[in-house]
Design a protein around this ligand. Structure first.
Ligand code: MN3
Length: 237
């Protein structure tokens, strides 16, 4: 006889496999953040370019799996349900975020969560890659060095109270480090400081608690080892 515990476990795994298979076979998932169904904006959970365990030891496989298959998937699903039931049409997430103050907290939180996580997955890689070229010049020009950038970024992340995100943004041609609460992002019209996101870090406890518990500082230190600088440089252009 199957125990309830086992049943839940099996169901959980089944859901994960279905979702993962869908993300592998759905060509739309290769497009960052969204696709359109007619005029109705909808979000797509991007396929990961690495496996759940590939970012270890910075981020452990179980945290990645739960974060991707449960937290992020629910944001995408809820965002699409909310956009549909509230009959909201935009051509892109950038347009939606530029008008987010006109919409419900449900839209704001879930659309933010759907988009921010795709951006976060893409901001990381298991491949060794280095800061170079125009991005390095911009970072040196603004912060002095990449070490200074990391220091300021980590300080902002450490001081951010509760759940949220830390961002490196381009604001009117200048680089800046900011944080946003909950699932807000710097593209939202209600953000204190707006700009083009170049790099984003999830500092919700669900992003690190299984491995690091309350040690957010250790999570930050290790996270820099998996930052995808090539992707950050592409975003700067
Ligand atoms: Mn998260």
């Amino acid at each position: 006889m199957q125990t309830r515990r086992k049943f839940i476990k099996n169901t959980g795994k089944g859901l994960m496999l279905v979702a993962f298979a869908d993300s592998l076979t759905n060509p739309a998932s290769a497009i960052t953040a969204t696709s359109e169904r007619g005029r109705q904006l909808s979000f797509v959970q991007d396929k990961l370019s690495y496996s759940f365990g590939d970012l270890e030891p910075a981020i452990d496989a179980l945290t990645m799996e739960i974060h991707y298959t449960r937290h992020h998937m629910i944001y995408v699903k809820s965002a699409n349900e909310a956009l549909s039931t509230e009959n909201i049409s935009y051509t892109s997430p950038v347009d939606l975020f530029a008008n987010i103050s006109n919409h419900s907290p449900r839209i704001r939180n879930n659309a933010g969560g759907a988009w921010n996580h795709n951006f976060f997955w893409e901001s990381m890689t298991p491949k060794i890659n280095e800061l170079s070229g125009k991005l390095q010049d911009a970072i040196n020009g603004t912060f002095g060095s990449s070490e200074k950038l990391k220091e300021q970024f980590n300080k902002t992340a450490t001081m951010h109270f509760g759940s949220g995100w830390v961002w490196l943004i381009e604001n009117k041609g200048k680089l800046e480090i900011i944080s946003t609460p909950n699932q807000d992002n710097p593209l939202m019209d209600l953000a204190d400081i707006k700009g083009k996101p170049l790099l984003g870090l999830d500092v919700w406890e669900h992003a690190y608690y299984l491995k690091y518990q309350n040690r957010r500082a250790d999570y930050l230190t290790n996270w820099w080892n998996v930052v995808n600088w090539e992707k950050v440089a592409e975003r700067l252009v």
